[in-house]
Design a protein around this ligand. Structure first.
Ligand code: HEC
Length: 100
């Protein structure tokens, strides 16, 4: 294999891997309608999520899911969520959705 081709191939794989990492978790589409693209809300009563602390987001989502924090929209959004899905969303909003 020519060197140039190998290098182009490697760069393409790295770029694709980078894109895959930045992709939102599967459940993110359910949040987008209220919390906006990448967690920046345009609805005054809906908070921004982008760049919030990851652990805070996990705690908040678990509290809604488990009924320790009550909000009709958020209880409905989280009541069937696995802890692993909540952790993935928190990591996404805290890091990937946060402009560097
Ligand atoms: C129907 C609209 C709606 C949907 C869908 C929705 N949210 Fe919310 N979310 C809200 C509102 C309104 C609040 C503020 C509730 C309150 O005062 O406790 C909120 C609050 C939150 C908070 C707490 C923020 C803070 O600063 O304490 C988090 C975290 C959150 N949402 C994440 C999500 C995630 C993740 C999803 C998708 C799984 C989602 N929300 C789906 C409307 C929505």
């Amino acid at each position: 294999m020519p060197k140039r081709f190998t290098r182009t191939l490697l760069i393409s794989i790295l770029l694709l891997a980078g894109q895959a990492m930045a992709a939102p978790p599967e459940t993110e589409w359910t949040c987008r309608g209220c919390h906006g693209q990448k967690g920046v809300s345009s609805i005054p009563i809906v908070p921004n999520l982008a760049c919030q602390q990851e652990q805070y987001l996990i705690n908040a989502l678990l509290a809604y899911r488990d009924g320790r924090r009550i909000d009709a929209s958020m209880s409905a959004a989280t009541n069937r969520m696995l802890t692993s899905e909540i952790e993935a969303l928190a990591a996404y909003y805290a890091h990937e959705a946060c402009p560097k």
